[in-house]
Write a protein of this length. Structure first.
Length: 170
């Protein structure tokens, strides 16, 4: 096992659960990075029910990459009951962001979804959390990527999502 990679642990967890993993990381207002764990099952709803890992910028790329891989490792394949779904103002990620409102958080955050897929991690970045999102920035990296390289890739995706927003495409 290498200190700057998390691929072996991800492969082991995928084998243990018998399906791929999901995760999410938020870049909020160029000052805070939040990495909550997702709970859910394939083909069902996924939710952020626990406190996210939170770090303040500036942050080294290696730490950003570690946070993203950690969110995959903290994924829990449990059914999300309707009782667990709360008001948006109770959303742990929003609360940890320090934003004044959920609307302000959504307006100033870039959300990157992570999904493992046959030894790779598919990344999808977009500004604002809207169901009608049309344009996203995507990348696919190997699960064996170093934390440093993943951090660099995530920052490129954030820049791309911000460019889309500035162009009025989201």
């Amino acid at each position: 096992m290498l200190a700057d990679r998390t691929g072996a642990e991800i492969f082991a967890l995928v084998a243990h659960y018998g399906h791929e993993l999901r995760g999410v990381i938020y870049f909020y207002d160029e000052r805070r990075i939040l990495a909550p764990a997702l709970t859910g099952r394939p083909g069902d709803i996924h939710a952020e029910l626990t406190e996210p890992l939170v770090e303040e910028e500036p942050l080294p790329n290696a730490r950003v990459g570690y946070m993203a891989l950690d969110t995959l490792l903290r994924y829990r394949p449990k059914r999300v009951s309707a009782r667990k779904m709360r008001k948006l103002t109770d959303w742990p990620t929003f609360l940890a962001s320090g934003a004044q409102s959920v609307k302000a958080f959504n307006r100033r955050a870039v959300r990157i979804s992570l999904r493992t897929c046959h030894g790779a991690i598919e990344l999808e970045a977009a500004c604002a959390i809207k169901p009608e999102r049309t344009y996203t920035v995507n990348a696919c990296v190997p699960v064996s990527i170093t934390h440093e390289e993943l951090g660099q890739t995530l920052r490129k995706l954030v820049r791309g999502a911000n460019i889309l927003q500035e162009a009025g495409l989201v």
